[in-house]
Write a protein that binds this ligand. Structure first.
Ligand code: SF4
Ligand code: SF4
Length: 64
């Protein structure tokens, strides 16, 4: 199950305390920058949860 991003908690990448940390961490190219926001490419996500564990704003979670 791919992850989902709460855009209100995340805010724009430029406001991320980790400066888009999730994008840098994702080894599957499942998270990309688009117009300053993080966008998930669901088909690339392998559920490693690295992004969930490391987002400083707890903006990433799993779909139930
Ligand atoms: S790490 Fe969290 S706060 Fe930072 S860009 Fe990714 S989702 Fe947004
Ligand atoms: S769970 Fe892993 S593969 Fe999926 S978006 Fe997050 S870091 Fe990338």
């Amino acid at each position: 199950m791919p992850v989902i991003i709460d855009t209100e908690k995340c805010g724009k990448i430029e406001n991320c305390p980790g400066e888009g940390l999730c994008i840098k961490l994702c080894e599957e190219d499942a998270l990309i920058e688009e117009d300053g926001d993080v966008v998930i490419i669901s088909e690339n996500c392998n559920d490693c949860e690295l992004c969930i564990m490391n987002c400083p704003n707890q903006a990433i979670s799993k779909v139930d």
